[in-house]
Design a protein around this ligand. Structure first.
Ligand code: Z5A
Length: 205
């Protein structure tokens, strides 16, 4: 039985997820809500190892299906051992990325058949979906500019601009398919402006 709320945040690189996660954490804490932060890929001991495999640069190539399966293996461990137990104990959970990212990156970016992703989603998640998802939207160029000063790019970050444009399109399509759950946030303006849009939605929840 889910007693806490499950919130996810997603978007292309540099949209400001990490920045807004800090904001959401502080806002919910100030309301007395017990909240845990987590992420995908990762979030568990095993998941962090899978993350290294997925994002590390020591592997030259990875079949797209393998990438998708690893994302879902990570997700299974994450929800079964961390997310669901926390929600059942009354905590709220905020995850930096979740299943929408698989549709966007592996479906949109890699071009995998979304029906196959949906089959995996059904198998692993069995209808388990977030209560609320913030989709931070920026155009790809702006996102890239924001993260330009960072050091080396991970395996997925090295993809082409076309790849990331398809990722963004897929995210937007999903927000149109699930408007009640996925809230599209214009993340192109100031950090404070983005936070305010998030706050308005969170206070409703
Ligand atoms: N992935 C996948 O393929 N399939 C899946 O199913 C899942 C994931 C779950 C995980 O990376 C990778 O895994 C990701 C998708 C893939 N691949 N890629 N590429 P991640 O989520 O850990 O990291 P990231 O996507 O690379 O996030 P990021 O680059 O750290 O972006 P961010 O968290 O959205 O941005 P930020 O760190 O908050 O902000 C970036 C900079 O911009 C920073 O200096 C801020 O101060 C600044 N910033 C933020 N907001 C603003 C505004 N509003 N104005 C100006 N400057 C701002």
């Amino acid at each position: 039985m889910r007693r806490g709320k499950f919130i996810t945040i997603d978007g292309v690189e540099g949209a400001g997820k990490s920045t807004q996660i800090d904001f959401i954490y502080n806002l919910l804490k100030s309301k007395g809500i017990k909240l845990i932060l987590t992420r995908e890929p990762g979030g568990t001991d095993l998941g962090e190892k899978i993350r290294e495999l997925l994002l590390g640069n020591d592997i030259d190539s990875m079949h797209s299906d393998t990438e998708l399966l690893l994302m879902f293996a990570d997700r299974n461990e994450h929800i079964q051992t961390k997310v669901i137990p926390a929600l059942e104990s009354g905590h709220w959970v905020l995850s930096d990325r979740f299943t929408d990212a698989s549709y966007a990156y592996q479906g949109g970016g890699r071009g995998l058949d979304v029906k196959r992703i949906a089959e995996l989603e059904k198998w692993v998640l069995q209808g388990f979906v977030p209560d609320l998802t913030f989709l931070l939207d920026v155009d790809i160029e702006l996102g890239m500019r924001r993260i330009k000063s960072r050091g080396m790019k991970d395996r997925i970050e090295q993809e082409t601009m076309d790849f990331f444009a398809r990722v963004r399109d897929s995210y937007i399509q999903r927000s149109q398919m699930f408007p009640d759950r996925i809230k599209l946030i214009d993340a192109t303006k100031s950090i404070e402006n983005t936070s305010q849009q998030i706050k308005n939605i969170l206070l409703d929840l």
